[in-house]
Design a protein around this ligand. Structure first.
Ligand code: PEP
Length: 250
């Protein structure tokens, strides 16, 4: 069984003082039996990097990246810049970007390509709306989203990709998918990675959607769940650390 990965997605939250306090606590997760990453807003990436002890084992990530290389793209941040700064990860295709900022499957695929070309580890988010789940097309939707990524990354290092199943109805809502629902989608994603990336590639598949200290252990015990993408609970040091402990099997 591979080491689980816990990724905190701070979303558009934080301040210099607040981040320092939160990270002071979160660095206590260093040395746990799980991998940890923190995805901070762009203006705070350098601060996070400076606070994280060099051998803390906690990696830095961004929450978005441009699909374009450097150039005349005002307001965009390129994958090369994130890599240059010291980011390891970048979240791509989060449902909030898909729904609020009109990122379609093609954009998510091109952003994944940009991240891979710059040596970043893209955390590619997929997931269905509640209407799609009610219509019984969850697996179809997730497969379509994954296929769109695969179409853009030919010849690139698929070993670097992390996938995150995030049912949109469970994000920030307090609703969590049941172990059975998570198990079904993760098994389907695993079948997809083995078919498309090859069975020798061990892609990490994270679950995200209202993961909390109280449900983390159950969710992490589901087959093919290799960790979690944590939104709200990553802003509360005690909760985030408890989730890391659950991932480590403590
Ligand atoms: C997320 O933003 O990716 C997420 C899973 O949020 P939350 O944990 O708050 O549902």
């Amino acid at each position: 069984m591979s080491t689980k990965l816990v990724v905190g997605n701070w979303k558009m939250n934080g301040s210099l003082a607040g981040n320092a306090e939160l990270l002071g606590e979160v660095t206590k997760s260093a040395g746990l039996g799980c991998e940890v990453a923190v995805c901070a807003p762009f203006p705070y990436l350098m601060q996070v990097l400076q606070i994280l002890p060099p051998r803390s084992g906690i990696a830095l990530g961004a929450q978005n990246v441009s699909e374009f290389d450097d150039g005349a793209y005002t307001g965009e941040v390129s994958a090369r810049m994130l890599s240059d700064l010291g980011c390891s990860y970048v979240i791509v295709g989060h449902s909030e970007r898909r729904s609020l900022f009109h990122e379609d499957d093609g954009t998510v695929g091109r952003k994944t390509r940009a991240a891979l070309r710059a040596g970043l580890l893209p955390i590619v988010c997929v997931g269905e709306t509640s209407a799609e789940r009610n219509d019984g097309i969850t697996l179809e939707v997730v497969t379509r989203q994954l296929d769109a990524v695969a179409a853009e990354i030919d010849g690139l290092d698929v070993d670097q990709i992390v996938l995150a199943y995030e049912p949109i109805w469970a994000i920030g809502s307090g609703l969590t998918a049941t172990a059975e629902q998570v198990g079904e989608v993760h098994a389907s994603i695993r079948t997809w990675t083995q078919r498309v990336f090859g069975s020798e590639v061990t892609t990490k598949i994270l679950y995200g959607g209202s993961v909390k200290p109280g449900n983390a252990a159950e969710l992490f015990a589901v087959p093919n769940v290799d960790g979690g993408l944590i939104g709200g609970a990553s802003l509360v040091a005690r909760d985030f650390l408890a989730i890391c402990h659950a991932a480590a099997g403590d």
